[in-house]
Design a protein around this ligand. Structure first.
Ligand SMILES: [Zn+2]
Ligand SMILES: [Zn+2]
Length: 431
């Protein structure tokens, strides 16, 4: 509890952890507590597992998006939350007491290991860790985005990652680690979407926790993706229409995942990733993660407040035109003077004006992505850009050329750009 002292400074009353750990479970009031959540809620092992499983089921249940006959692709990476998600899916399936929706599950492991960073045992360890689950299991390397993505059974996966050189080379050409991480995330999501299509799935489960959502909220705002927040951090991402991304662990914290895995004796496997080979140093994403992790230890409720606030936001579909060729979110046309795009535009105008920068009242507006002139192109600074949202445009600027991007992504950008050009041509004729 927070209180103001006589000297006017704020004091945090120390939480009596020892007392809480020695207390009885707050739910059954019988068994000695084994875990304390948010520095105040003590649970025994059984009540904790039942509470966390209930959170998973209620997240899916209250959304009412799951239907009989759904085929779900479960994105499995071997990390804490993906191990926990698989076990929860299996436990919900095995629970004969509850009324169930008949769904089909398919596990897909995307191999992100760098060319010389993998180990022959890696895939065997992944296979071993999930062999108890009777769902079909598939394997696909990230580099399949440079061909036609086709999943192969996990048992037939190659032991050594020798096929991720294209994406590794692409990411190494990026000037900033922040943009490389952002691009990798978008490419991974597109690959999952293509694999889901190939396997006939209509839903994708992402193992993202409440803490991941908090990190995504803060880092997305820093990256200028504020208008995409509801899709990037909410329970459901339906930007692609036919296949929906769901985050069934979005109400479960990383701490709960860690205790769930420990109590159930589930071992996560951390494998190297192509991103480890990209320039070292800090990124907006890693700094945000450190910030959220630290704040989660000292002020656990703050993380919940960040997520609760972020997930209440809605996508403004009315003030948008076209679709971003990379992240596939709609491109905002909102002229809010406080947006990231407007801030960058102002900064660019000031830099371009040089000594005249003090007088901004008569300055020309630099056009980003589209020319607003009714006749010919309005100025030399007006460059038509590909169909990318503000943040994806920033990623593209960190690459000398987007030629190294996966062909499927480049094709999508070209298609969206052509559609946008066509739309602008016929705009004047539309009633
Ligand atoms: Zn209990
Ligand atoms: Zn985008």
């Amino acid at each position: 509890m927070c209180s103001i002292g006589d000297d006017g400074t704020e004091h945090m009353e120390p939480v009596a952890f020892t007392e809480l750990y020695q207390s009885v479970c707050r739910k059954c009031s019988e068994v000695k507590a084994q875990v304390v959540l948010q520095s105040k809620f003590a649970y025994c092992r059984t009540c904790f597992l039942s509470m966390v499983s209930h959170k998973y089921r209620s997240t899916l249940g209250k959304s009412k998006v799951m239907k009989h006959g759904d085929k779900v692709l479960v994105a499995f990476s071997g990390n804490d939350s993906s191990v926990c998600l698989l076990d929860m899916i299996q436990s919900a399936k095995d629970d004969g007491k509850k009324k169930k929706i008949n769904t089909e599950m398919v596990i897909v492991f995307i191999d992100e290991r760098p060319v010389k960073g993998g180990d022959e045992q890696d895939i065997t360890s992944i296979s071993e860790s999930i062999k108890a689950y009777e769902f079909p299991k598939y394997y696909c390397p990230l580099d399949s985005m440079y061909e036609i993505p086709a999943p192969i059974p996990l048992d037939e996966a190659p032991g050594l990652a020798i096929s991720n050189e294209s994406i590794e080379e692409c990411l190494q050409n990026c000037k900033s680690r922040t943009s490389a991480i952002d691009l990798l995330k978008k490419v991974r999501h597109r690959l999952l979407y293509l694999l889901a299509k190939d396997l006939g799935c209509n839903k994708i489960f992402l193992p993202e926790t409440n803490d991941d959502s908090a990190v995504n909220i803060i880092s997305n705002i820093a990256l200028g993706r504020g208008d995409q927040l509801p899709l990037d951090v909410g329970f459901m991402d339906d930007r692609r229409g036919d296949i929906v991304f769901l985050r069934p662990l979005c109400e479960i914290s990383k701490k709960e995942v860690a205790f769930y895995n420990a109590f159930k004796k589930l071992d996560p496997i951390v494998l190297p990733s192509v991103i480890d080979k990209v320039r070292t140093g800090d990124s907006i994403q890693s700094l945000t993660e450190n910030f959220i992790t630290n704040i989660g230890v000292t002020f656990p409720s703050t993380v919940h407040t960040i997520v609760a606030t972020g997930t209440k936001l809605l996508v403004d579909r009315e003030n948008s035109h076209g679709v971003c060729g990379l992240c596939e979110a709609t491109i905002s046309t909102n002229d809010d003077p406080l947006s990231s795009a407007k801030a960058t535009e102002l900064s660019s105008r000031m830099s371009a004006l040089g000594d005249k920068s003090a007088d901004t009242s008569t300055s020309e507006t630099v056009n980003y992505g589209r020319c607003s002139s009714a006749n010919d192109c309005c100025s030399k600074r007006c460059k038509p850009t590909p169909s990318l949202c503000y943040s994806c445009l920033l990623i593209a600027k960190d690459f000398e050329s987007t030629e190294t991007w996966p062909p499927a992504v480049r094709r999508s950008i070209d298609e969206e750009s052509s559609l946008e050009a066509m739309r602008m041509k016929i705009e004047d004729y539309l009633l």
